[in-house]
Design a protein around this ligand. Structure first.
Ligand code: AVJ
Length: 327
């Protein structure tokens, strides 16, 4: 079959240049790929909420169970390092899990300040406005920006001991080597005696994992396709989302759960002046959700210069919040 060039594929100024560069360079790679950090536009945020409420997506329930049933143990582990301290949360979101810990620490009269960090200014202004109302007396300073820029800023505003929260298995959104590098980088931004509390999804029955990323209702499929819709809207592209399907694989050997969008036909897509062609069955690699064993977490922590103080688990032992101390 001969494809005719799409001569209408024009280049118009885009607002988010970094997004444009990342999308074009990703689609020019072989295999093609897109970055999952771009899933979260307004509709993507909503779809992720729906995923968290879906029966198959167990991660949020597991971590919520830890934060509601083992709040005292968690608070005790954190307070062991001494006071006052800064409780810094990377990617705080709506803080639905951490709020239980905050409340416990306040009830115990712990001397701390909460510093939520988020890339969304909407999230930060929401937390700054609502948390002091639900938790009267809470000291809070929201920081809006990239994780490491804001960690630096946090160090600049106080020299108190730091406890960093990185929850929700967000570490899973990186391949293992990047996750290691990320832990190393956190360690470099804090001091000996500071802590890292990291939520990590554990290796388990492969069917349970795959179902969580391939839900029956097709919300995860929509979540992936939504990035194409976002590219259409923000980068003046013409993806026909109906001609792509979602596929998810889990490899029990490596612990990698990966999402792909598969082109159902041979087709051409215009992304703001660039023609991108797809073969039938060609895939775009969209996202990794890496799973770990407890041993692998300990090893990663150790290599980054942390010692494991404790692992807290949900009842099913599917998820852990690991309490690590910087050496
Ligand atoms: C927000 C990165 C933890 O990988 O489990 C959920 C994102 N992707 N379903 C995950 C996600 C598809 C989620 N994280």
């Amino acid at each position: 079959m001969i494809l005719t060039q799409n001569h209408q594929c024009k280049n118009i100024a885009v607002e988010n240049k970094q997004f444009y560069r990342d999308v074009i360079s990703g689609l020019q790679l072989r295999p093609k790929q897109l970055q999952s950090k771009y899933f979260y536009d307004e509709n993507g945020d909503k779809l992720f909420q729906d995923i968290m409420n879906s029966p198959e997506y167990y991660l949020t329930d597991c971590e919520m169970e830890i934060f509601t049933r083992q709040t005292k143990q968690l608070a005790a582990a954190i307070r062991k390092g001494g006071e006052p301290f800064d409780l810094i949360e990377l990617g705080a979101g709506d803080a639905t899990k951490s709020i239980h810990l905050l409340k416990q620490l306040m009830d115990e009269g712990a001397d701390f300040t909460y510093l939520p960090i988020d890339i969304s200014d909407h999230v930060i202004s929401y937390l700054d406005a609502t948390l002091p109302v639900s938790l009267p007396g809470l000291k809070i300073t929201g920081l809006n920006g990239e994780y490491f820029d804001m960690l630096k800023k946090a160090s600049a505003i106080s020299n108190r001991r730091k406890v960093v929260l990185f929850l929700g298995s967000n570490i899973g959104n990186m391949p293992v080597s990047d996750a290691q590098e990320f832990c190393n980088e956190i360690r470099k931004h804090i001091s000996a005696g500071d802590m890292l509390v990291m939520g990590v999804d554990l290796k388990k029955d492969p069917k349970t994992i795959r179902a969580a990323y391939d839900d029956k209702e097709g919300i995860t499929k929509q979540f992936n396709l939504n990035l194409l819709t976002r590219i259409n809207r923000e980068l003046h592209a013409d993806f026909n989302v109906d001609s792509f399907d979602h596929y998810c694989s889990y490899d029990p050997e490596t612990g990698s759960c990966k999402s792909y969008l598969i082109s159902l036909t041979q087709q051409q897509v215009c992304v703001n002046g660039e023609n991108i062609s797809f073969e039938k069955d060609e895939y775009i690699y969209m996202e990794i959700s890496q799973k770990y064993t407890v041993n692998e977490i300990d090893q990663m922590a150790d290599a980054a210069g942390f010692k494991t103080l404790d692992h807290l688990y949900d009842d099913r032992g599917w998820f852990t919040d690991s309490v690590l101390i910087a050496e």
